[in-house]
Design a protein around this ligand. Structure first.
Ligand SMILES: [Zn+2]
Length: 217
């Protein structure tokens, strides 16, 4: 089973990916983790990536695809991609790569939420200054406003989660994702899942989708 999970920021894509991969016995391939592992191992591709990150430039599609492709080869039992592809170019390169090796994507799921909800979730994130515990004004509020349940420390918002920064991130995300979604939507394997419901319900919807696809295969 070869799955791509797309999702807007704040939709809980990383958490859901882990649950699904464990449940279905397939590899969870998260590009962010791959980057970190290759850099830590000082592999040839890791050194390349580290150079790009140091200079503050985006890692080129060709390098990302090379890295992910190397990983896919090693995973015979199936995989779920989380955080990749991020652009139309990456999606096309992935299809080309899979076609060469006789594989294909069985299912693309897109975890979507209305902008207003994403904004609320992301700007609602707070973390404890003292112990780092994470909270969310929406989904996981602390018992006393502004204070950590565990240690009583002050809760702060990260600069990344300010409304202006989140709006900017969403704009960049949408610009990249719109063509990607259009590309996958034209294929039969595309499913959109409502991310604006409890995490358990989202997991259910994703599992249903995977099981329906398994039956068809
Ligand atoms: Zn704390």
């Amino acid at each position: 089973m070869h799955i791509v999970l797309l999702g807007c920021p704040g939709a809980g894509k990383g958490t859901q990916s882990k649950i699904l991969a464990a449940r279905h016995g397939i590899a969870h391939i998260a590009t962010g983790d791959l980057f970190r592992a290759e850099i830590a191992a000082k592999s040839p591709i890791g050194l390349k990536v580290a150079d790009y990150l140091k200079s503050g430039t985006l890692v080129p599609d060709s390098v990302v695809v090379e890295m992910v492709a190397g990983k896919l080869d090693a995973e015979g039992k199936g995989w779920l991609l989380d955080g990749f592809p991020r652009t139309l170019e990456q999606a096309q390169a992935l299809d080309k790569y899979l076609a060469q090796s006789g594989g294909r994507i069985d299912l693309v799921m897109y975890l979507n939420m209305p902008d207003g909800v994403v904004l609320k979730r992301l700007t609602g994130r707070r973390s404890c200054e003292k112990c780092g515990e994470l909270y969310n004004l929406e989904s996981r509020p602390s018992q006393a406003e502004g204070k950590c349940d565990k240690c009583g420390g002050d809760l702060k918002q990260r600069e990344d989660d300010s409304e202006a920064t989140v709006r900017k991130r969403l704009m960049v995300y949408e610009d990249l994702t719109r063509p990607l979604v259009a590309y996958y939507r034209s294929e039969q394997v595309f499913h959109e899942i409502d991310g604006n419901q409890s995490a358990e319900k989202v997991t259910h919807a994703l599992v249903d989708c995977i099981e329906a696809t398994e039956v068809k295969r």
